[in-house]
Design a binder for this molecule. Structure first.
Ligand SMILES: *Cc1c(COP(=O)(O)O)cnc(C)c1O
Length: 379
């Protein structure tokens, strides 16, 4: 049996260990500390190249925590409607519910697989008093930002960007995560860079960062004793974990190049089959976190069947995120679509995420491609 070909796993380089070692040597084995400060500064520098107002990032224990604090900062209150991407990981939605907000899911379009601006506009007709929009960039592909930003501006709602999968992806040259009032990154184990687990809240509003830091530190008031006037959380990033992040960030562009190469290799290797790769707009530059294929409409092949055949060959794949409106836990939530059959149900039924690990060798990727071909009756 060949070695397992995974979907996406961590890739370490060495500098990560240097930062971690420094933390050990200084016995700074705690939340906060010099690596957290350094990681935030370095991320701010990375983001600030594209923006006029500087970023004030906040390192946190997970991307979910960053999204939760973003929802709190947006002031979402019990019973308020939040429009939310539908085809995404549950972590995009859950923080809305933590705050008592009511997610209304918005269907996607076929050009980026992200939130359809026309469906979003339709949602405002039905729910004119919606409070915020929670937008995810699926698999590192930028959404239709000009259209979505314009709609949010016109309806005067706050845009929160879930850029957990999209660090380093750009839209018209600008980084994903820097379009919303608040953005969130994830450094979970399989993301384009990882800290084992972690996240970051992105904001240009210094006082918002301070407020989020306060909540993330158990809402400790400034006082000689432990004084609490609000409910807080323990959401801070550890100084050890941040060290891994600093080392990883040095290699982000390299990871990005590798991911792109993997995507292009699939695209050319699979071009004779009745399928397409996950699409993007020509003026955007995805980070190609995961390469995905979409089987043509008239072809009667179930992607789950392909997943099983690949698994028999020790190749890991994953279905497309099952849309949130199809999840039992959200069965009471509304879903806005413009077509008879939802775009997301269609993509979910025909799509599959392919191995996108940056350590995958050319031979391994060829094996993946050949095995996919065999599923379609080729060799
Ligand atoms: C990974 C991910 C998250 C959550 O990040 P964690 O760091 O695992 O909490 C949120 N949204 C999307 C779209 C993700 O892929």
């Amino acid at each position: 049996m060949n070695k397992k070909i995974p979907l996406s796993t961590p890739t370490m380089h060495g500098e990560e260990m240097d930062f971690v070692k420094e933390a050990f040597e200084k016995n700074w084995i705690a939340p906060l500390g010099f690596n957290c400060d350094g990681f935030e500064d370095e991320m701010n520098q990375y983001l600030n190249t594209d923006v006029d107002v500087p970023y004030h990032s906040l390192a946190l224990c997970s991307g979910t925590a960053a999204l939760h604090l973003a929802v709190k900062l947006a002031g979402v209150k019990r019973g308020e409607t939040v429009f939310c991407s539908d085809m995404t990981f549950a972590a995009t939605v859950n923080p809305i519910v933590y705050e008592g907000g009511v997610p209304v899911f918005i269907d996607s379009e076929y050009e980026t697989w992200n939130m359809d601006p026309d469906a979003l506009e339709a949602a405002f007709k039905k729910y004119p008093r919606a409070k915020a929009v929670m937008l995810a960039h699926l698999y590192g592909t930028p959404s239709k930002m000009d259209e979505i930003k314009e709609i949010c501006r016109r309806h005067n709602v706050i845009l929160i960007e879930d850029a957990a999968e999209a660090l380093s992806a750009t839209y018209k040259g600008r980084q994903c995560g820097t379009f919303g009032k608040y953005g969130a990154l994830s450094f979970n184990g399989n993301k384009i860079i990882t800290t084992s687990g972690g996240g970051m809240l992105l904001t240009q509003d210094k006082s918002a960062r301070e407020k989020a830091f306060f909540w993330a530190t158990q809402a400790r008031e400034k006082s000689p004793w432990y004084q609490h006037e609000e409910i807080g959380y323990n959401y801070r990033m550890s100084n050890i974990v941040a060290g891994i992040g600093r080392g990883q960030l040095m290699h982000l562009n390299e990871h990005r190049e590798r991911k792109k190469k993997i995507y292009l290799t699939y695209q050319s290797g699979l071009k004779d089959l009745p399928l397409t790769m996950n699409p993007h707009l020509e003026y955007t530059s995805p980070n190609f976190w995961l390469s995905c294929m979409l089987i043509d409409k008239d072809i009667n092949i179930d992607p789950i069947k392909i997943m099983e055949i690949l698994a028999e060959n020790n190749i890991e794949t994953r279905p497309i995120w099952k849309p949130m409106h199809m999840q039992p836990v959200f069965k009471g939530n509304d879903f806005i679509k413009l077509t008879d059959k939802a775009v997301n149900e269609d993509i979910f039924a025909r799509g599959l995420c392919l191995p996108s690990d940056i350590k995958m060798t050319a031979d391994e990727q060829k094996f993946v491609i050949d095995t996919i071909k065999s599923c379609f009756g080729g060799t």
